[in-house]
Design a protein around this ligand. Structure first.
Ligand SMILES: CC(C)(COP(=O)(O)OP(=O)(O)OC[C@H]1O[C@@H](n2cnc3c(N)ncnc32)[C@H](O)[C@@H]1OP(=O)(O)O)[C@@H](O)C(=O)NCCC(=O)NCCS
Length: 242
């Protein structure tokens, strides 16, 4: 838009350094503690390490997600496309307070989950993905982000929604999650229904989900050898690899 100035000005043009514009586009991040690495036994007895994805690992991770977007079964394509945008949004500072965790077995990335903090009370669950099927690794990753929201970040609510039947089965139904009236309350993922967990529901029920539904638990502290074995990411070569 243009409008004549209401006063004589000594400079017709005012320029900005882009470093002065960036704070308008990426407000300061919240000061939040990171997810503390945890290890967990998956269905075949192997140990999966869950730890934050590092920014320098993002290019390798994104290369794989590009391929995942082409997989047109079980909703991998839409979840892949959204995860690609979210991880890039994190790298480019265009997402408010995101977090992303990877699940690794001997350095191989077998699962992923992410979310973000809407504010200090509400955690927005974004996505969970299993890159190796049949281990219930995806189910465990979702639990890990609930645990992060309630036990580490001390938040009051966790808001999710589901693109896939597997996701709805694992968590919407598996955790017997209530939902907010729709369309009055909408999830940021396409305006879908919000399924939620409150801190009280976490304490009296969902906290036991891993033991009851997946027959495993998160273990901390993680020995240095396990951290070391998973320090360098190896992305899958294809989905459903053996
Ligand atoms: C949803 C998701 C994260 C769940 O991951 P998960 O808990 O590791 O579970 P899987 O998808 O591997 O398996 C689901 C079930 O189907 C079976 N299954 C499906 N495909 C399988 C395969 N190729 N090999 C072995 N088992 C398979 C599993 O045995 C499992 O059965 P169970 O309930 O008895 O354990 C995963 O299905 C996924 O990444 N889906 C695509 C993206 C998606 O939907 N994300 C969530 C959006 S709401």
């Amino acid at each position: 838009m243009k409008k004549a100035p209401p006063e004589k000005v000594s400079q017709e043009t005012v320029t900005f350094n882009v470093a002065e514009l960036e704070p308008l586009l990426s407000p300061p991040a919240m000061d939040i503690p990171p997810f503390v690495p945890a290890m967990v036994k998956v269905k075949n007895g192997e140990t999966m390490l869950i730890r934050p994805l590092q920014k320098e690992e993002a290019p390798l991770f994104l290369d794989y997600i590009k391929k995942l977007m082409m997989i047109d079964h079980d909703f991998y394509d839409i979840v892949g496309a959204r995860v690609y945008a979210e991880v890039l949004g994190w790298v480019r500072n265009r997402l408010k307070d995101p977090y992303q965790l990877v699940g690794l077995i001997d350095g191989h990335v077998v699962a992923f989950c992410n979310g973000r903090l809407m504010n200090e009370n509400i955690n927005i669950s974004l996505h969970s993905l299993a890159f190796r099927r049949g281990l219930r690794a995806g189910a465990i990753m979702y639990y890990a982000k609930c645990e992060y929201a309630f036990e580490t970040l001390k938040q009051k609510e966790f808001w999710a929604t589901y693109e896939s039947y597997n996701g709805l089965k694992r968590w919407g139904i598996g955790m017997a999650q209530p939902s907010y009236p729709w369309p009055d309350v909408q999830h940021e993922l396409g305006g879908a229904k919000v399924f939620y967990v409150t801190k009280n529901y976490w304490d009296i029920s969902i906290k036991r989900y891993l033991e009851e539904m997946i027959q495993t638990k998160l273990v901390r502290p993680v020995p240095a050898a396990v951290l070391e074995a998973n320090a360098k990411l190896v992305m899958p070569t294809k989905l459903e690899e053996d």
